[in-house]
Design a protein around this ligand. Sequence first.
Ligand code: GLA
Length: 388
Amino acid sequence: MTASQKPLASTPPMGWNSWNTFGHHVEESVIREMADALVSSGFKDHGYEYIVIDDCWSIKDRRDGNGDLIPDPEKFPNGIKVLADYVHGKGFKLGIYSDAAEKTCAGYPGSLGFEEQDAQLWASWGIDFLKYDYCHAPLFDQEVAIERYTRMGEALRKTGHEFLFSLCEWGNQAPHLWGRKAGGHMWRVSGDVFDSWINIWMKDWNTYGIGVDVSIDIANDLHEYGGPGGWNDLDMLVVGLKGKGQIAGTGMSFIEYQTHMSLWCLACSPLMIGCDIRKLDRDTASLLMNREVLAVNQDALGIPARRVKQIGPCEIWRKGLADGSMAVAVINRGARGEDVTIKARDIGLFDAPKLARNLWTQEDIADFKVELTQRVQPHETVLLKVTS
Ligand code: GLA
């Protein structure tokens, strides 16, 4: 089957999203340059496919005389269709953003009451992906959320054009239970993930920015709900932000970014890069483009990993893979380096595995007998592929 024949979102969607770095300042040149850089730096070859324009792309205070959304002419002087053609010409798909209320999170027009009209407009531009946010909507009314997302899901379907539908409701009303039925292919399971290991209290927003440590528990709690065609979305990647950008934070270390990437891959989360890849450094490239690690995320079975054992601050996780092997991870959430022993039976084996390989270093490990001890640094994840 070629990529274009694969059912939509049969593996977790991969791409780049404007919000984490550009926030309110997304514009045509940024998107074009990002498309160019995604090709020249090798991301396209590694499977990154969607380029998503997040909030703040339209005129802020009005629709046009027909009620259509208007791309901001200062940010998008040639409109969105021309940009979509450019992005498609480079082999990518283009995503756009709206909100299931009167306004988006940043206060731009939302799509409530305009679902069909907006869907038709995006289809006419050749848009392939909609991220649909939930600011200014009733926060704790599941019925309303289901109704609003279903309405947009139907409007997208009615266009006859193929859209990947990304629900951004932050998990408040359990979208893992109804997201697929509403037409969704992925649903956010938390608030915005910040460039931070621990949650950050944000006074102005009266909410927490989510840290990677907490995402570990969320991913485990919801593991059974993700699968081909519908994925738990742990949020955009903060790898490479280095504490800067729209989604600032304390900034994480290389090891913490590696755990972040490991978890997103194990959990079958969509992988949406958030950093400015025009200014790519070697560490960031190595985290975002390790083929063996990405293969865990893109594995055809699409079974999210789960925690199988807890040893003090450390956890062992397991994810079955399509070739009969498994990904096994040891995550150290504590503040000290630990020696962690994985026993064959912890990961469902009766005997020593035939093969074990460290996926980050891409080295085979010779000494996995009936158990294997690994040194795991604070906040580090050792990620293995184990074949029995
Ligand atoms: C919310 C979403 C973010 C981003 C912003 C845009 O916070 O969760 O991912 O889309 O809105 O305003």
